[in-house]
Design a binder for this molecule. Structure first.
Ligand SMILES: Cc1ncc(C[n+]2csc(CCOP(=O)(O)OP(=O)(O)O)c2C)c(N)n1
Ligand SMILES: [Mg+2]
Length: 585
């Protein structure tokens, strides 16, 4: 697709070097929205590389370009590239970069600035699109950034960026290319080193003494609990996690933020993956004598929910390397947890080492818990959506790239590391469409069906991401859990009103996305994505889902707008508002 004519294979311009680096780093795609600050690079991608390896993925907004790269990274564990125009394109991309940063997702962001040499700037436009220290816009939430000062400096800069983003703990990196340097004619050859010699180092294994101590504690534990946070999405790592839990007969708790790390219907698994701890999860933790956290995203917060502000009776082991990224600007390091044995390094390596160190054979025989609890319902809610999707997809594996709140994981257990890719990282609403498209791009030849279950607010914020899915025939299924509201925040308003003795019935004002309810299926259709809905009757689901799955299987994206009951699965007692108000009271 989009093959240019008469490609010039000679490396003759500064930006050809940057483009060649992308190819040699084996980066398949560059998501972008164009801009003159990188017109040099754009030309190199088209007229020097022929828009192949990497291929451009054009987006209608920079936030979508970044979110697509983020979704791709979630599905593959690998970075793809993004190109962002000068300061303004970077500003548009910032929220999505923040999401990727909090999610510890790898990503190579190429930026550009107007000429640093003022004598080369065109009047007006190059002046407003040049900033002193452009990387400062994102430095607090990228892992590394650079602005090479010459063409010859580009290979090293990009190699280091790649090495940084590809080594654990991951995070986005930003390389800003001076427009004047991109547009310099080369008068001598610029050597490009072999990227193989600058590869990311292997993830570090935790120290042996810590592992011995952890194994000793776990071997003596009567009621251990394992908290599964971030980890590799490989079947091997998955099997080892399960084997460790089985060997220890440990209660397993999964985190919705991290995505599928262990089977959620395993007999040792406690309840559904959590956003906030369920009663059963709290009980398991309160009974625990040893807690093993495998890269938990918010260990401090989990311990706080289980034990309050009091002492933590359980011994706590934590494996992970997130500590290396904490810079103090963001507080995504979360509450500082009490840790008795800190296994600094790769959590999956810790699992492998602990398995080697712990006595076998397994202490329990395990069998899958019974099939999902089907409870038919006549209401149009996410249970009905899940059942209709199951019927339409049959045995084909599904990857959920996003899950709106109240999706019934009990009806759809996670049984493979790619079954669910976790949350957006930074809680920046508007990420869902891009994450879904990025994951679908990565998984399009995998035999999996990629699905994003998105809130209406999330979807509407980034509706124009769908054009990219239509343009490149990226087979994603968007299911819109449309409650015609920023419902999460309605609950906050209700909670505040109650706290103040005011009228909670006014909670919808400034929150409802209704009168008119945007026609999301039409918004999809308008961009070339098949749009079905709005569905208002449960009876309409079955046929709609059959058509949608057929469409996606044929290689095209499809969206179903489902008008669900606003209150479905969300009650004030679950909400943040209630919890924080309860604390104040
Ligand atoms: C960029 C951004 N703007 C606003 C918010 C605040 N916010 C958090 S959840 C939410 C509601 C999202 O609505 P929707 O996707 O429809 O989900 P619902 O709560 O209705 O299930 C909002 C506005 C945010 N987190 N991020
Ligand atoms: Mg909503």
């Amino acid at each position: 697709m989009d093959e240019p004519k008469e490609v010039d294979p000679a490396m003759s311009w500064g930006s050809d070097v940057a483009a060649q680096m992308l190819r040699r780093l084996d980066i398949p795609y560059v998501a972008l929205n164009p801009g003159a600050s990188y017109r040099g690079l754009h030309d190199s991608l088209v007229n020097h590389l022929g828009n192949r390896a990497p291929q451009m993925i054009m987006c209608l907004h920079e936030e979508q370009a970044v979110a697509i790269a983020h979704g791709y990274a979630k599905a593959t564990g690998r970075a793809m590239a993004v190109a962002l125009h000068s300061n303004v394109g970077l500003m548009h991309g910032t929220m999505a970069i923040y999401n990727a940063w909090c999610d510890r997702a790898p990503m190579l962001i190429l930026g550009a600035t107007g000429p640093v040499d003022a004598t080369l700037r065109r009047p007006w436009i190059d002046w407003i699109h040049t900033s002193q220290d452009q990387g400062a816009l994102v430095r607090n939430y990228v892992k590394w950034d650079d602005q090479p000062g010459s063409v010859a400096a580009i290979p090293e800069s990009m190699l280091r960026a790649w090495q940084q983003t590809s080594s654990a703990p991951h995070g986005p990196v930003y390389v800003c290319l001076d427009a004047a340097i991109q547009e310099q004619r080369l008068n001598e050859e610029v050597p490009i080193p072999d990227p193989g010699r600058y590869a990311a180092p292997m993830a570090s294994r935790p120290a042996a003494s810590g592992l011995r101590e952890a194994a000793r504690l776990l071997a003596g534990a009567a009621r251990p609990v394992i908290l599964f946070g971030r980890g590799r999405r490989t079947e091997e790592a998955w099997e080892r996690r399960v084997a460790l839990a089985e060997r220890l007969n440990a209660a397993m708790l999964s985190d919705l933020k991290a995505g599928a790390m262990v089977p959620t219907d395993h007999p040792l698994h406690v309840g559904e993956p959590f956003n906030q701890l369920s009663k059963a999860a709290k009980d398991a933790l309160q009974r625990a004598d040893v807690v093993l956290s495998l890269a938990s995203i918010d260990l401090g917060g989990v311990l706080r929910q289980a034990y309050g502000r009091g002492a933590i009776p359980a011994r706590v082991i934590h494996a992970g390397d997130d500590l290396y990224l904490h810079n103090g600007w963001g507080k995504e390091h979360m509450e500082l947890p009490a840790i008795d044995v800190h296994l600094l390094g790769d959590p999956d390596a810790a699992v492998a080492e602990l398995l080697d160190a712990l006595p076998s054979p397994p202490r329990v025989a395990t069998s899958r818990s019974s099939e999902s609890k089907e409870h038919a319902s006549e209401q149009l809610n996410l249970h009905a959506v899940a059942r209709a999707l199951r019927e339409a997809v049959g045995e084909q594996p599904v990857s959920f790239a996003a899950l709106a709140r109240a999706w019934p994981v009990d009806l759809w257990p996670h049984r493979h590391p790619l079954d669910y890719l976790g949350k957006d990282g930074g809680g920046g609403v508007g990420s869902g469409p891009g994450l879904t498209i990025g994951a679908a791009l990565a998984l399009k030849d995998s035999g999996r069906l990629t699905v994003g279950v998105l809130g209406d607010g999330d979807c509407l914020m980034s509706m124009n991401a769908l054009w990219t899915a239509a343009r490149y025939r990226i087979p994603a299924l968007f299911l819109i859990a449309n409650n015609r509201s920023y419902y999460n925040d309605e609950l906050h308003q209700e909670g505040v009103a109650r706290q103040r003795g005011r009228n909670p019935a006014n909670r919808w004002i400034g929150q409802a996305i209704d009168h008119p309810a945007p026609d999301i299926a039409k918004l999809a259709e308008a961009q070339g994505v098949a749009g079905i809905g709005p569905l208002r009757q449960v009876q309409e689901l079955r046929e709609a889902m059959r058509k949608a799955v057929e469409c996606v299987r044929s290689g095209s994206p499809c969206l179903i707008d489902v008008h669900i009951d606003p209150g479905h699965g969300r009650h004030l007692r679950e909400s943040m508002a209630e919890r924080s108000l309860a604390k104040q009271a």
